[in-house]
Write a protein that binds this ligand. Structure first.
Ligand code: GLN
Length: 198
């Protein structure tokens, strides 16, 4: 299984390390041509405005719409979650706009801009060390979106079919269970497309 990590800006090496730990062949992706050989892609944390601009500049805005239309899984963490969102609070534009959810950037108050919490994520881990860094929140989700985790009633991880997102940074721990969960999704979609059910 070959998984890419979009390497325009942000925490790339950490994702590659945990994807490898979870058993995938992982590569940094800088050019759209690399997408063809991938089974799935991680959109890392960083600064969503900067990542969004670079995505446009290098053609990833269009190429990733196609990637997703082929039901190839995407996993967005922190800024990557904002890149996937169908609506961004206070903004009349989006980046990829793929997931049916409304998100708020930098949604935690100042004193809580960065913190860690042992988060229960059903199906993934009972106590996942979640690192929040100027993190976004998911305010609302559509009917097709499954809520995976909440922190104090606020939604911090979700899945819509082949699309997965977390407002924290699973790559900043040495725990690869969230990445392993993503690889399960990739496997699921790979076998479905192989027999032509999608
Ligand atoms: N605050 C950043 C943004 O809005 C996200 C922060 C992160 O990825 N750690 O893009």
């Amino acid at each position: 299984m070959k998984i890419g990590v979009l390497a325009l800006q942000g925490a790339v090496a950490e994702h590659i390390h945990l994807l490898q730990q979870a058993g995938a062949d992982a590569v940094a992706v800088k050019r759209v041509e690399q997408l063809d050989e991938l089974d799935g892609l991680v959109l890392p944390g960083g600064e969503s405005t900067a990542i969004g601009k670079l995505m446009k500049k290098y053609g990833f805005d269009v190429a990733l719409q196609e990637f997703s239309a082929q039901k190839k899984p995407l996993f967005g963490t922190c800024a990557g979650l904002i890149i996937l969102a169908g609506e961004i609070e206070g903004q009349d534009w989006t980046h990829l706009g793929l997931m049916d959810m409304k998100v708020a950037r930098n949604a935690f108050g100042r004193q809580r801009e960065s913190f860690e919490f042992d988060l229960p994520i059903p199906g993934v881990a009972e106590d996942f060390r979640a690192v929040f860094i100027r993190a976004p929140l998911i305010r609302e989700v559509g009917d097709d979106v499954d809520i995976l985790a909440r922190y104090k009633d606020e939604i911090v991880a979700a899945r819509q079919g082949h699309l997965l997102c977390a407002s924290f940074h699973p790559e900043l721990t040495d725990d690869s269970r969230m990445h392993a969960y993503f690889l399960e999704i990739v496997k699921e979609y790979r076998s479905q497309t192989a027999v032509g059910t999608i």
